[in-house]
Design a protein around this ligand. Sequence first.
Ligand SMILES: *[C@@H]1O[C@H](CO)[C@@H](O)[C@H](O)[C@H]1NC(C)=O
Ligand SMILES: *[C@@H]1O[C@H](CO)[C@@H](O)[C@H](O)[C@H]1NC(C)=O
Ligand SMILES: *[C@@H]1O[C@H](CO)[C@@H](O)[C@H](O)[C@H]1NC(C)=O
Ligand SMILES: *[C@@H]1O[C@H](CO)[C@@H](O)[C@H](O)[C@H]1NC(C)=O
Ligand SMILES: *[C@@H]1O[C@H](CO)[C@@H](O)[C@H](O)[C@H]1NC(C)=O
Length: 521
Amino acid sequence: MVSSRFVGAILACALPVFAQPSYVSHPDRQDAVKEAFQRSWDGYYQYAFPNDTLRPISKTSQNDRNGWGASAVDAISTALVMGNQAVIAQIVDHIQTIDFSATVPGSESVSVFETTIRYLGGLLSAYDFLTGPLSEYVTDQTSVDKILQQAISLADILSVTFITPSGVPINTLIYGADGYAVGDDTTNGIATIGTLVLEWTHLSDITGDDKYANLTQVAEDYLLNVRNPDVGEPFPGLIGTDVNITTGLFTDSSGGWNGGTDSFYEYLIKMFVYDQDRFGEYRDRWIAAVDSSIKYLASHPTSRPELTFLAAYDGPGDLSFVSTHLACFDGGNFILGGLTLDNQDYVNFGLDLVEACHATYTATVTGIGPEVFYWQDNKLPANASNNAPPPSGSSDFYTTAGFWIPSGAGDYVLRPEVIESFYYAYRATGDTKYQDWAWEAFLNINSTCSAGVGFSSINDVNAPGGGGFTDFQESFWFAEVLKYSYLIQADDAEWQVNAGHDNKWVFNTEAHPFLVKGTPI
Ligand SMILES: *[C@@H]1O[C@H](CO)[C@@H](O)[C@H](O)[C@H]1NC(C)=O
Ligand SMILES: *[C@@H]1O[C@H](CO)[C@@H](O)[C@H](O)[C@H]1NC(C)=O
Ligand SMILES: *[C@@H]1O[C@H](CO)[C@@H](O)[C@H](O)[C@H]1NC(C)=O
Ligand SMILES: *[C@@H]1O[C@H](CO)[C@@H](O)[C@H](O)[C@H]1NC(C)=O
Ligand SMILES: *[C@@H]1O[C@H](CO)[C@@H](O)[C@H](O)[C@H]1NC(C)=O
């Protein structure tokens, strides 16, 4: 019998192969990103460690991720790719001491999703690097082994949340004096259900114990094979948001590429990148979702029809012309899928999405894009009930920008998605304009969000100075913004995304790189 991998190799030869671009290294820009990383880390380490998050202006800390040192664990894979020996050592020392069986007072409610992408993701990525190409940074094998032990102990604790009638997990685990109690949630969302499978499958592959993969794949099956498609699958491959934990049935028909649904789609193709032998079904579902998105959700603003955004939906007949900073990962994800499947149409559509997200940055006073934005679709009649023009105060802005920012939704919380998509666009094309876009975005964030002893979220990207600070430095600032800002300017390396269909590493949704299955070290 011919193995599927062998057939894949024959097919790959018959398909067009993208030329490998040549990449430009910018040591001066790398140093500037490293400076920002070091400054953020020093502020965190001096004023917040071993708590989760730095409040850089008040020089205090917050335990918003259960008190296990979220910023430290989230920073480790960035410290590794930057080669920051001192910070790597500080974080590896910290990981040895974490007690995942207890939380700090006031932070007892654990999100399975957030804990998986930040903590489990950081631990597994560190383990891959330290048992692989970056093993020089930690020579004590016992410390490296302990990183994996910590990942196992965390997943073992979280596993109880999958014990439900359907196998769809409950996203909330509440720590108490006498043990753990799952939350009383009756539904879970497709992003929180569907953004566990990469981390937990990787843990199973490393340990040889299938139980972690099995739990998350049983849950994922309700999303891959929708049991009530009349409600749960309004377009082929594009599904609803919430799933009943008792039955596994969808409870609504709304969705798109925004928060709450986003990384479910992201992981469909990333599972295939992770293991092309096992995850063909995930690839097929990604193709269905992407084809439907291009056919039904692609939308162009009346004032700038050259821009392409993806609409949201509530059932097949009801589109909303709203998108978000979070959704701007979509361009990068279409590009990754296009490269992996040798499909230039997906790459090109992804580049269009990247272009439009870039426009959300260049239009504002700070040069940083907003959390939420709206536009008026140029195909629907202007008087359609779901296609309102901007409020009068925003019409001049809309005329030149192609979007407007709803009142109170112009904040920027140190999110990565726009720079993340610049990264994929650059790695796919080698076009240095994407490096320049990432550099400009970094400079704007550096000049607007530098605050106190680190960086802070801001209130309004379209006000001078960002309209004030929230005094909060999210852990994904370390994991994602600084990593993508650095890698796009850095030398080529095996963990960099390449322009072919055979990446050796795949980044989880928190930008922690994992070694794909079967890669020789
Ligand atoms: C960390 O948080 C605890 C409360 O859980 C607090 O007592 C301690 O002072 C904090 N440490 C730092 C460095 O902020
Ligand atoms: C996964 O779990 C199901 C249900 O308990 C079981 O039937 C199946 O054998 C398990 N598969 C693996 C690979 O462990
Ligand atoms: C979930 O399904 C159960 C069993 O059919 C039902 O009793 C419950 O009301 C449903 N919950 C939601 C939120 O739809
Ligand atoms: C929209 O405008 C068209 C003409 O421009 C008109 O025929 C139609 O009735 C209007 N629809 C609504 C919902 O107002
Ligand atoms: C980033 O901001 C810091 C603090 O304001 C500044 O010292 C540094 O020069 C900035 N980096 C660049 C490349 O402008």
